[in-house]
Design a protein. Structure first.
Lengths: 354, 383
């Protein structure tokens, strides 16, 4: 979408989130679950970056760490406030700075049922951020909430209702309204449509895209659904076991992956066209994601990788680094140059109602 | 950006959301603005026993509020000529009256015994003039709901105690102390339990460990000796009011632990909910998250829990006062009244002194039924 190397909105450098594993009666720390283990990413203003990977790979934790809902263990996140000033070091923000940051970086949660407080009316749910930040109160608050609800396609008449009166799709609209009411610049959408009925997915996705154009937003779009990612994202980052293994613009990456894991993921995307059924080669990975508390030596994917070569991929202390692989792409594979991997043709029109 | 633009049926539908008018699952009309309390009340009303309990509880508190008016005599009123006078029955023959007493003295033991004597009539009426008091502590008045029309005439509908106090009046006045000491104790326990339990559940980690060990310590103390110790530590020169508050605090110090555990458990579960994370990201401070977002979700449950801990407090007060370490005369509570019933020989001659125990049973049962019903009604997963 844009090839101009604009200053990144969010620059993530070597971010790690480790959770201690405690055992025994005294809570001795016996290890760490490396949910996010050294992720470097750059989010450009105005783009939609898709973050994909199977469950347990750390994509949600990464999203939460970027919103500072969980504390990162190491690494830096630099945020460009867009006022010409120096980027903010998100990890070192003061309490006040953090509040300002969390005003500009908002999260849309995955589960529209548990992310809305069942005891609150829409007015309170959507208006609470404004109140907490002391931005509006009284009738002004109501006006702004009404305005936001209309924007996300809900009638402002519903303002005094409770979330249980709404369907999943509508709840996700409420969630989006709550995220956007503070006028953020970056929205971290954590699987915003995976809990939804297929029939309303497209509506929510279209809403997100429309809002992006209207409000000049940047999205980090976390999903495990590759067809959804293809339809909304400009660039994609593939995560495996706490690390980013490949990034690149969406269509070249889908057409020709440079990492065996990406290839395996793509081969698992269902083909809606019956004529194409059985045409692609389905790569079956061994069932289990390795224990993130004890990642395999060398390339962490080598235990499940078909292209793994002994003595190259499993050498302890030599994990593959993200390296340029042409077309603005990066890949972390020891054998990136020797492999020819197959992707999928543009899924595009075939993704009905995505 | 491929895909969506071409997805049939998707483009253009964004402006017409799947609103409630088109979205009636199961054909039920959208029940929108019924607040949680209305829903709880709806479920509560279907619970017969709980409604009965609630009615009795409400009646008891009304008695407590209007005790001065309802009781024929004040707490100070007694007539030493009628120790252990047996209960009279109200009779009607043109006008209400009770029978008077005749005295007989046992020649061997010199014990006085009273028997009701139908030949003596003591007329009884409603809204009779009696001792002066202040209704609700404000309005001076001297009318009582019923009593002897002639002030000073003996009327002991539930019998008399050793010094000739009217047990019925004492019982009514005792309601006030017994029913409210539980409330005050519960308020103190509630604050302690919610604050400590809430912090324990919300902060988790080390704070949780420390608070939970404290709770376990309090739970492991045998409660009766602890009460005795604390009650004995109260300065004897304290007046009845100070003692009353001190005792309720003592009761609360024991009572908060269960509540704290309850709140902690709920908060531990709640803090993983996405809406709590969302509230934190919305810029809410710790206090706002706990009080504004988490507490409302557990409030109905807490209220139910509270109503269940009131009877425990009433029982505890009764036990303490019965042992002579809680409240003491001239303050009247059911426990204080039961002190007179400690002696088996006395009970033999004046079994009506057990009646305050009956009042305790009724009050505790009523509160328990109401509390159970409230808990069930507040639980959204129960039908």
């Amino acid at each position: 979408m844009n090839d101009t190397p604009a200053a990144p909105l969010l620059d993530v450098r070597g971010l790690k989130v480790h959770f201690p594993v405690r055992r025994g009666p005294f809570g001795r720390v016996t290890g760490h679950v490396r949910a996010v283990d050294g992720v470097s990413l750059a989010l450009r203003p105005g783009e939609t970056l898709g973050l994909v990977g199977e469950s347990g790979c750390g994509k949600t934790t990464l999203g939460r760490a970027l919103a500072r809902a969980v504390e990162p263990s190491a690494g830096r996140v630099l945020y460009d406030p867009g006022d010409g000033g120096d980027p903010w070091d998100v990890g070192a923000l003061s309490r006040r700075g953090l509040r300002a940051y969390q005003r500009q970086v908002r999260v849309v949660f995955q589960d529209p049922f548990s992310s809305l407080n069942p005891r609150m009316t829409l007015l309170r749910i959507v208006g609470d951020p404004l109140k907490a930040h002391g931005l509006a109160s009284g009738s002004e608050l109501e006006d702004r909430v009404a305005d936001m609800l209309t924007r996300v396609g809900l009638s402002s008449r519903y303002m005094r209702r409770y979330p249980h009166a709404f369907s999943g799709g509508e709840r996700q609209r409420i969630s989006i309204a709550r995220a956007l009411i503070l006028g953020p610049r970056l929205v971290i959408a954590d699987e915003p449509v995976s809990a939804l009925d297929v029939s309303v997915r497209a509506q929510i996705l279209n809403l997100l895209l429309e809002l992006r154009e209207q409000l000049n937003l940047t999205y980090l779009f976390i999903s495990h659904d590759l067809s959804v990612v293809e339809s909304v994202c400009d660039r994609v980052a593939v995560m495996y076991l706490g690390k980013v293994v490949e990034t690149g613009p969406t269509s070249p990456l889908y057409a020709q992956p440079r990492h065996p894991y990406t290839e395996a993921l793509l081969s698992a995307v269902p083909r809606p066209d019956p004529r194409l059924r059985g045409a692609g080669r389905r790569i079956r990975l061994a069932d289990d994601l390795p224990d993130p508390a004890r990642p395999p030596a060398g390339c962490s994917f080598h235990t499940r990788c078909q292209a793994a070569v002994d003595g190259v991929c499993d050498v302890p202390g030599r994990p593959p680094e993200l390296a340029p692989a042409g077309e603005g792409r990066l890949t972390a594979c020891h054998r990136a140059t020797d492999l020819t991997l197959t992707g999928v043709p543009a899924l595009g029109p075939a993704v009905e109602g995505a | 950006m491929t895909g969506l633009a071409a997805a049939p049926g998707a483009a253009g539908t964004t402006q017409t959301p799947e609103g409630p008018p088109t979205e009636k699952k199961g054909g039920a009309p959208p029940r929108d603005s019924a607040s949680q309390w209305r829903l709880v009340w709806r479920r509560f009303r279907r619970h017969r026993l709980a409604m009965l309990g609630l009615a009795v509880t409400a009646a008891l508190y009304l008695v407590a509020i209007f005790a001065d008016f309802l009781a024929p005599f004040g707490t100070e009123h007694f007539d030493e000529d009628y120790p252990y006078a047996p209960p009279q029955t109200i009779q009607f023959d043109g006008g209400l009256h009770v029978d008077g007493y005749t005295t007989a003295v046992d020649n061997e033991t010199y014990e006085q015994t009273f028997t009701t004597d139908p030949s003596q009539r003591i007329p009884v009426g409603f809204f009779v003039r009696g001792e002066e008091y202040r209704l609700l502590g404000l309005i001076p008045w001297d009318r009582h709901l019923f009593g002897p029309t002639e002030p000073g005439a003996p009327m002991y509908l539930l019998g008399a105690d050793r010094t000739g106090h009217d047990l019925l009046s004492q019982l009514i006045h005792g309601t006030r102390v017994s029913m409210t000491i539980g409330l005050i104790g519960v308020v103190v326990a509630f604050v302690l339990g919610v604050v400590l339990g809430g912090l324990s559940g919300y902060l988790a980690g080390r704070a949780d460990t420390v608070i939970q060990r404290v709770v376990e310590f309090f739970m492991s103390l045998p409660s009766l000796p602890l009460w005795l110790g604390l009650a004995a530590a109260l300065p004897p020169e304290w007046g009845p009011l100070q003692r009353y508050f001190a005792i309720s605090v003592v009761l609360a110090l024991i009572g908060w632990t269960h509540l704290a555990r309850e709140v902690r458990g709920r908060f531990l579960a709640l803090r993983e909910e996405q809406f709590v994370t969302a509230a934190r990201l919305d810029g809410c401070g710790r206090r706002r998250v706990i009080l504004g977002h988490m507490l409302p979700s557990v409030s109905s449950h807490l209220i139910a829990q509270l109503s269940l801990s009131v009877p425990a407090m009433i029982l505890a007060e009764t036990a303490l006062s019965f042992l002579g370490l809680g409240l003491q005369a001239p303050v009247v509570s059911w426990g204080v009244l039961l002190q007179d019933a400690q002696n088996v020989r006395v009970l033999e001659t004046a079994p009506w002194l057990m009646i305050p125990g009956l009042a305790v049973v009724v009050a505790v049962l009523a509160l328990n039924f109401a509390g159970d019903g409230l808990r069930d009604a507040a639980d959204p997963y129960r039908r």
